[in-house]
Design a protein around this ligand. Sequence first.
Ligand code: SAM
Ligand code: SF4
Length: 320
Amino acid sequence: MRDLRISVTDRCNFRCTYCMPKEVFGKDFPFMPREALMTFEEIDRIAGIFISLGVKKIRLTGGEPLLRRNLHELVSMLSLRDAEIAMTTNGVLLPRYAPALSAAGLDRVTVSLDAIDESTFAAITDSGHTVAAVLAGIEAAESVGLGPVKINTVVKRNSNEDEILDIIERFSSRDIAVRFIEYMDVGTTNGWSLDEVVSASEIRDIIGDFERITPENKSDVAKRYKLPNGGEVGIISSVTEPFCNDCTRARISSDGRLFTCLFSNRGLDLLSPIREGATDGYVADLIREQWNARKDRYSEERALHSTKKKEKVEMSYIGG
Ligand code: SAM
Ligand code: SF4
């Protein structure tokens, strides 16, 4: 266990069709009540326990993490701990919050951007936000030292595969690495089908045949390629070339449940014992036991699951 993703909210200001489709996550959707969310003190304490168990990198995510009020206060608490702190965001609120986050000790941001073309972006994100606003967010992050920024691009068939080259062209000369991500069957609300997955090998065909960069760690999820202009591009192939065996990632939902796989349906409640007065040692034992017993390899077994419907939690809840 080396990486911990912490979801700080299940809410979002986007309605990406593959993640929080408006028909499901509409005005009446029952988001988590405030008292169910971990407080910053609880998050910090849980993070400390994970760090004592070997975690080296913490990523704040959601939902949209920048919707959590005063997030910089959490970052300044976490920054006193011995771990790198990163965040994944849709980017539009970065111009407002990047300076405080950087001052508080945030190390890096990854910004999600699925298209450069405004109308394609609007169709995917379904929320009235613009590419221009995301680009302004990237600039803001870079200007306060939150770089090198990485870009996450989910590729979905008949949606944005024709954006791949434009996105590379826009960012590769600027020390911004793009990661193309296969569209995954997380949750149950996005109506996923295998036909809509643009596979890693198709993405490689579009990008071109470039030299592979040797992975730094066995657990690196992106296959990275060197571009002729010195930039790099990565592909995350969790559907067609799964990497369950090398996974070192734990996830905590915003109500404090531990998930050992993105495709889990049940999380281990850590927040209740903490609120009932459990010691750090007790909680560490719970985590260790759960982690050591994990048998998750959903992506490797996907074909088996496709015949029987599996209950899975949503990405916006578990933290992407
Ligand atoms: N709201 C933030 C954002 O979009 O960056 C953070 C949370 S979001 C759930 C984290 C990442 O998960 C994003 O890069 C998003 O594109 C990705 N994601 C969401 N649903 C996905 C799916 N079904 N398949 C692949 N990636 C997905
Ligand atoms: Fe929100 Fe991120 Fe999901 Fe898009 S991918 S709906 S920005 S949580």
